[in-house]
Design a protein around this ligand. Structure first.
Ligand SMILES: NC(=O)c1ccc[n+]([C@@H]2O[C@H](COP(=O)([O-])OP(=O)(O)OC[C@H]3O[C@@H](n4cnc5c(N)ncnc54)[C@H](OP(=O)(O)O)[C@@H]3O)[C@@H](O)[C@H]2O)c1
Length: 375
């Protein structure tokens, strides 16, 4: 893996493992995971099995190897770190494996990571987040059964934040839903005649394309498809390019159209880009179920207002990306068409996690309030 830090405490190794994990792709069915292998604990400094993260050895140790998962079809982080150790010719017997997610206990394309760590002679595993995946969980149990000490929960909050989309999707069995809107300051997404290109500026559109490259699927209703004829690809936009064309990014999300009307043969969505899926339904639950079957973990709903309203009314939106442009229309289509809210107490409320200026526009990122966490 090239140069890595020479010594780290276990806590700093977890910070490093999280940093490595984030280098993996945000899209795809698998979680982003990082792993750092540290040299054995000197005598008397090993934490007992099941110890709290606070009681871990605070002294720096030698970094033996590291690795991270580069996406489905490539080695898991632990396997990548063990391969890195082999390449470097370092012995990992007695080592501590610092991993951002509980090592898996299932046989996929390779054997279980828990077994690989045991076979390599690793003595201790420190992990941030337990694996909720029913297929892969049980790694900690397997490690303990083989005599490996396991400490869980180190930097757990950071690990959970990194894996937020994946954890939500795996826990629930349906994709994480991000709803994107591009509105005027007075809340419109299109003028009275249906035109909406462009409300936001090139920087916001460029940003939105980068987000597309991080999700597994983009979704629009047939209304948007027929009015706007979008290509639904992830592209690098040239700012002078008013048509919004540009080079296709490496990852192209699935293009999903929802609704009963047909997709015209000449629709741009049929052109170069991700696979096109037409879901002949108006049922949000069915849409999410069909996407889950395809291992979609993160779907970006791009409108229009009818589809956005249906997702909000179903309580199916986990995150909002609201691009707001300093533009006024005074009339037209609202971003959301009516949620049956008659009184303020029934308002749909989210929690803002980020506000950022993107060119002349603002981006507000808000998330669903989770009970207990947001009060
Ligand atoms: N600024 C923005 O962010 C933005 C984004 C997107 C669109 N727009 C604008 O929005 C306008 C299009 O609005 P729209 O509301 O017609 O678009 P839409 O929400 O994309 O499509 C609505 C259609 O989707 C189908 N559908 C799918 N699921 C449904 C459900 N649960 N309930 C009801 N219908 C469902 C229905 O058509 P079937 O009869 O085929 O089933 C419905 O007529 C355009 O002017 C476009 O420019 C703006």
């Amino acid at each position: 893996m090239g140069e890595h830090p020479r010594t780290l405490t276990i806590d700093a190794a977890m910070a490093r493992a999280l940093e490595l994990a984030a280098r993996g792709p945000a899209h795809g069915p698998n979680p982003r995971v990082g792993c750092v292998l540290l040299g054995p604990a000197p005598d008397g400094r090993a934490a007992p099995d099941g110890a709290s993260p606070e009681s871990l050895d605070p002294h720096p140790r030698r970094v033996l190897a590291e690795g991270y998962h580069r996406g489905a079809g490539t080695p898991h982080a632990e396997a990548a770190a063990l391969a890195d150790a082999r390449e470097r010719g370092v012995d990992v017997a007695g080592a501590t494996a610092v991993v951002t997610l509980e090592p898996c206990a299932h046989t996929g394309r390779t054997g279980p990571c828990a077994d690989a760590l045991v076979a390599a002679g690793v003595a201790e595993v420190v992990l941030a987040v337990d694996d909720p995946n029913p297929v892969a969980s049980g790694g900690a149990h397997r490690l303990r059964a083989a005599g490996v000490r396991v400490v869980r929960g180190l930097r757990a909050a950071e690990g959970e934040e990194l894996l937020r989309v994946w954890l939500t999707s795996v826990h629930r069995g349906t994709p994480y839903v991000t709803l994107k809107t591009a509105t005027t300051l007075d809340g419109y997404v299109a003028a009275e005649d249906g035109t909406s290109r462009w409300i936001t500026g090139p920087a916001a559109r460029e940003h939105a394309h980068r987000v597309r490259a991080e999700v597994d699927a983009i979704l629009v209703g047939t209304g948007t498809l027929l009015t706007d004829d979008p290509a639904l690809t992830a592209r690098v936009l040239a700012h002078h390019d008013a048509a919004g064309d540009g080079r296709l990014l490496e990852h192209q999300p699935l293009r999903v159209v929802v609704g009963l009307r047909g997709i015209p043969p000449s629709a741009r969505v049929r052109g170069e880009g991700g696979e096109l899926v037409h879901l002949l339904t108006r049922d949000v639950g069915e849409v999410l179920g069909r996407l889950a079957e395809r291992e979609v973990r993160h779907v970006l709903v791009e409108g229009g207002p009818t589809l956005a309203t249906a997702f909000l009314a179903a309580g199916a939106v986990d995150e909002l990306h609201a691009y707001v442009a300093p533009v006024l229309l005074g009339s037209g289509r609202r971003a959301v068409d009516g949620l049956g809210v008659a009184t303020i107490a029934d308002a749909h409320r989210f929690r803002t996690v980020e506000v950022r200026r993107v060119g002349d526009d603002a981006l507000v990122v808000s998330r669903k309030r989770t009970e207990g966490r947001d009060g």
